[in-house]
Design a protein around this ligand. Structure first.
Ligand SMILES: [Zn+2]
Ligand SMILES: [Zn+2]
Length: 361
């Protein structure tokens, strides 16, 4: 590790430059075309075997070591978010309404930095390293890990260990965040559509008012955490969007609620999803005749690194970038999210070190 910390100094300016280039040209989920081609070019220049168009816009790189050993996969996600950047940086996003607000630009550059270190250390490297540059991590539905796995990135040769790194403003700059067991929550998105019967705002008794029902459903959903889920099991439910109506005197026909459920174990997850469905339907039918609740879609999305972990053991860990003096204090997904670039080298070193250590096991 010490040796790598010394070596990475040479690559640091390049790592930062790459991060800025990606930051300035953010691309949304499944559209990571420029990012993927930049990644492919850098990998090729390092002598890494490259396959593009993996799982859509993903890139797979394979670096062969000099002796027999294990296959270690290192993953970075490449997509940006539909957020207007509110940070004034010389390398601010050039794409209106799109920003690397989750730090995936730094993930790309740190993994390329790890590739630079590993390519230089090829003599010491056993086995093989697979670099997985994944699209669409932020996409709630299919995500990008699944299509990459379907395209065979975890097979031939079979991956023995897989690691992923995420930058975070919850951890102090330069520190790593790790946890044994389940780390990230399973994020299930839900969408509840209440279909009533609209009418004039002055005569609600002649209507089936979906807004009134939606309000009761929101309150009742909070009862799931306090009354239906074991309190020692982590569980969060939040309604994050509510859409209905067009005018102050019209009771609309429908109301749509969307939100997220976070759980850490599969049993709680299944129970919570079922309870949300139950509560929405029970409240709606208790309050009105003629109210229909439809489209309760749990979607597994969010941090889909877990899909790789279903195929091989490994870990997902955080690298802190919380630094008050540099204004790196806003959380991931904020329009003011800012990365402390001085920590990028530690990310590259940690990834390279994991590959070197686990490949010789
Ligand atoms: Zn994110
Ligand atoms: Zn992220």
């Amino acid at each position: 590790m010490e040796g790598l910390l010394e070596e990475v100094k040479k690559f640091e300016p390049r790592i930062i430059e790459l991060r800025r280039r990606v930051h300035q040209n953010p691309e949304l989920a499944y559209h990571e075309v420029k990012t993927a081609s930049l990644v492919a070019n850098v990998l090729r220049s390092l002598g890494v075997e490259v396959t593009t168009g993996v799982g859509g816009t993903g890139v797979l790189g394979v670096l062969k070591g000099t002796g027999p050993g294990k296959v270690v996969a290192l993953r970075a996600d490449m997509d940006a978010l539909p957020v207007e950047e509110m940070v004034n940086l010389p390398f601010k996003s050039k794409v209106k309404g799109v920003m690397h607000a989750c730090g995936h630009d730094s993930h790309v550059s740190m993994l390329l930095g790890a590739a630079m270190l590993l390519a230089k250390r090829r003599r010491d490297l056993r086995g093989r390293v697979k670099f997985l540059f994944q699209p669409a991590e932020e996409h709630g539905g299919r995500g990008g890990a699944k299509p990459m796995i379907e395209d065979g990135v975890m097979e031939d040769p079979r991956v023995n260990y897989v690691f992923g790194l995420h930058i975070s403003n919850r951890v102090p700059s330069g520190a790593f965040g790790l946890r044994g067991g389940a780390f990230m929550a399973a994020p299930d998105a839900f969408k509840i559509t209440m279909i009533g019967r609209g009418g004039h705002g002055s005569a609600p008794h002649e209507t089936v008012d979906p807004i009134f029902v939606a309000a009761q459903v929101i309150v009742a959903l909070q009862g799931i955490s306090s009354r239906m889920i074991d309190h020692v099991k982590p569980f969060v439910i939040s309604v994050c969007s509510i859409h209905s109506g067009t005018k102050s005197n019209i009771i609309p026909d429908e109301a749509v609620l969307e939100g997220t459920i976070r759980t850490l174990d599969e049993v709680t997850r299944r129970k919570a999803v079922a309870k949300v469905r139950d509560v929405a339907q029970t409240v709606a039918s208790a309050l009105t005749d003629g109210m229909k609740v439809v489209e309760m879609d749990p979607i597994l999305g969010g941090e889909d690194f877990s899909r790789f972990l279903q195929k091989a053991p490994g870990t997902f860990y955080y690298l802190g970038t919380l630094n008050k003096s540099k204004g790196c204090v806003y959380p991931n997904h904020s329009s003011k999210f800012k990365v402390d670039e001085d920590v990028l080298k530690y990310g590259s070193v940690s990834l390279a070190n994991l590959a070197l250590e686990f490949a010789r096991r």
